[in-house]
Design a protein around this ligand. Structure first.
Ligand SMILES: Nc1ncnc2c1ncn2[C@@H]1O[C@H](COP(=O)(O)OP(=O)(O)OP(=O)(O)O)[C@@H](O)[C@H]1O
Ligand SMILES: [Mg+2]
Length: 259
């Protein structure tokens, strides 16, 4: 397996507060990694910092996607290079339909002059929406506007299935999903799993990992990974919580430092 994604010693600051502190992670092609961890330990900050969200200032460290320096890239370039984030709180965009948004997203990742034809695009979108058991009306609704919590999450997965990124970061994709939707979304992710694509799944609940079996589970505290293991680690967390890790490592405050 070849190395797909590598983060070394990443520090990230928001509003003058250091959130990520020496974060390290390597993901090989085809692997699924899960990150768990108490609230406020920097999981979403990690996702936003990787994607280049302007609010998060990376002050130290390196990020590579297939050997390319991600931190040197602009936000659009990162997406074109194959990074994708399904957000914990997807934003609503009035005036832009779901179909318009997705078509631009796909075309932005294709070479100029090789845009996807409207017919091909619609067929693709209809097919993927069917897989996700989404009502066709969502094609023409404004992006996320008035979508229920679960509908937003399903729509993030629709984007992922259509864009087919190299590395998909899913931030709490399971929060707000009912049990049937969870299974549908997991089936969508599993259908995309292959020897080349990788996933970084941020979740609080082991249940999701019953459906999307991870290769590795990492625990994040104080803005970095403090423990790694296999799926059995998630099972122990579900049963016992985080206190045993804090005791083992002598961590008193697991967050990134309260104001
Ligand atoms: N825009 C911001 N302004 C100020 N502080 C922020 C901002 N974004 C994040 N933080 C702080 O950074 C810390 C880490 O937040 P982050 O959202 O990364 O946590 P998380 O691990 O994703 O938590 P959760 O499990 O609740 O989603 C928190 O203390 C949060 O308040
Ligand atoms: Mg979060």
């Amino acid at each position: 397996m070849a190395n797909l994604f590598e983060i070394r010693g990443l520090n990230s600051v928001i509003e003058g507060k250091e959130i990520l502190k020496g974060f390290d992670l390597s993901i090989q092609k085809g692997e699924v990694h899960a990150i768990m961890g108490p609230n406020g330990t920097g999981k979403s900050t990690l996702a936003s910092s990787i994607m280049g969200h302007p609010k998060y200032e990376v002050t130290e460290g390196e990020v590579y996607l297939e050997g390319e320096d991600v931190l040197e890239m602009g936000v659009d370039e990162r997406a074109r290079a194959g990074l994708f984030l399904a957000m914990q709180y997807p934003s609503e965009i009035t005036g832009v339909t779901n179909a318009d948004f997705l078509r631009s997203a796909i075309n932005a990742r294709r070479p100029e002059g090789d845009e996807i034809s409207l017919i091909k695009f619609i067929r693709l979108m209809e097919g993927k929406m069917k897989e996700l058991e989404m009502d066709p009306e969502f094609m023409h609704r404004y992006l996320n506007e008035g979508f229920s919590g679960g509908e937003k999450k399903r729509n993030e997965i629709l984007q992922m299935l259509m864009i087919e990124p190299q590395l998909s970061i899913l931030d709490e994709i399971d929060s707000g999903l009912d049990i049937d939707a969870l299974k549908i979304v997991a089936a969508g992710v599993n259908a995309m799993r292959d020897a080349k694509r990788s996933f970084l799944i941020i979740t609080h609940y082991q249940r999701l990992l019953n459906y999307i079996r991870p290769d590795f589970v990492h625990v994040m505290m104080q803005g970095r990974i403090v423990k790694s293991g296999g799926p059995e680690l998630a099972e122990r967390l579900e049963a016992e919580g985080y206190d045993w890790i804090k005791e083992e490592l002598g961590i008193v405050d697991e967050t990134t430092g309260r104001a």
